[in-house]
Write a protein that binds this ligand. Structure first.
Ligand SMILES: Nc1ncnc2c1ncn2[C@@H]1O[C@H](COP(=O)(O)OP(=O)(O)OP(=O)(O)O)[C@@H](O)[C@H]1O
Length: 352
């Protein structure tokens, strides 16, 4: 069964009063429970698009539907209760405790104290910041990453079906950013919230989203497709430019080792190197092959769930897996494109 459409943009245009056309003829839809990344170069209209969904910005023309209902015909306050919103610098109220910040929307909805307190505690657990330690703190008593997590907790307070996130991990250092991304993924899977995630970072989009929407200057739609399809088959020169180098290594991180990519276990040379797991990311398989000593003849054992060796994998197997993944992602890019991309994978040389 096809997933239900939750948000639909239909030929949306936004011209600001000074004449800047931020978004032009933009149409795309977001399916229930998916994470849709909105990417593109600076100033291409990502934030404007996001803010039109919750009516912080009004479209000049076109329609935006939430559950089939035109948002411009919906009371903005009621609308924003159905849509969580997380921005880069969070915007927590500085003179309110963490608890009071998270309880903002429940308070507006008239929840009683017990229900609110229970929800705050549940959300703090969800974002990994226990209430006993954090509920009574003020925003200035938190690290940047913790503030970010409180921002997510606040946005999720009334369990909105839709969450809009504008560069939510932008203000934190790269290592912690990775941690927050993983946490976000866990929370999103747990809650099933439909998410639009604005980011200028193609790696973040590839890692976190089910589909990527690429915009170019003036808010024009260039491509909507799965991360693998965008990386393997960029729809235009502008998408290619935006992605830049490194598509192949990004694809390796998305595709997985499958049985069809394997050769026989009987070809493994003893003493065997450490095995790779069936279903592992191709990146891990690639690193394993690249690290092989010459004596292993470029071949790693592959083990199944029970730990039994189910076959062996070589650099050619990995290349085949990458081609298969790219083909499965659709489009008609030739094998040469993929070969070209694979040739640019750092560390490929020693693997062959
Ligand atoms: N209030 C405004 N008045 C006039 N122009 C605006 C206004 N807000 C945004 N713009 C312009 O609209 C265009 C799109 O801006 P927007 O913030 O949506 O882009 P973005 O893709 O989110 O950018 P970034 O990645 O840099 O945050 C830009 O040219 C910007 O200067």
């Amino acid at each position: 069964m096809a997933a239900r459409t939750v948000i639909e943009l239909d030929t949306v245009r936004k011209a600001y009063p000074d004449g800047t056309v931020a978004v032009e003829g933009l149409s795309f839809s977001v399916r229930e429970h998916e994470v849709l990344a909105l990417v593109g170069p600076s100033g291409c209209g990502k934030s404007t698009t996001l803010r039109m969904v919750n009516r912080l910005v009004e479209p000049t023309s076109g329609r935006i539907l939430l559950d089939g209902e035109d948002v411009t015909a919906t009371d903005p306050v009621a609308l924003r209760r159905r849509i969580g919103y997380v921005i880069q610098n969070v915007g927590l109220f500085p003179h309110r405790t963490v608890e009071a910040n998270i309880a903002t929307v429940p308070g507006l909805l008239g929840w009683d104290r017990r229900r609110t307190r229970a929800r705050v505690s549940e959300l703090l657990d969800l974002v990994g910041l226990p209430a006993a330690t954090y509920a009574k703190r003020y925003p200035h008593e938190l690290s940047g990453g913790e503030r970010q997590r409180i921002g997510v907790a606040r946005a999720l307070a009334t369990d909105p079906p839709v969450l809009l996130m504008d560069e939510p991990f932008g203000a934190v250092d790269p290592e912690f950013r990775r941690h927050l991304q993983t946490e976000f993924q866990r929370i999103q899977r747990e809650t099933g919230t439909t998410v639009i995630l604005v980011t200028h970072d193609i790696d973040e989009a590839a890692r976190l989203s089910d589909r990527i929407t690429v915009l170019s200057r003036g808010g024009k739609l260039e491509q909507v497709a799965s991360p693998l399809a965008v990386l393997a088959h960029p729809a235009s020169e502008r998408v290619r430019d935006f992605i830049g180098d490194g598509s192949a290594s990004r694809m390796l991180a998305l595709a997985r080792v499958q049985t069809v990519d394997l050769e026989g276990a009987d070809r493994i040379v003893e003493p065997a190197p450490p095995p790779v797991r069936l279903g592992a990311r191709l990146t891990d398989a690639f690193e394993a092959v690249a690290a092989l000593p010459g004596s292993a003849m470029g071949r790693v054992p592959v083990v199944g769930e029970s730990g039994d060796v189910v076959g062996s994998l070589t650099a050619d197997g990995i290349l085949g897996a990458l081609r298969r993944a790219a083909d499965a992602a659709g489009g008609d890019a030739g094998a040469a494109d993929i070969q070209d991309a694979v040739d640019n994978v750092p560390g490929r040389e020693p693997a062959v």
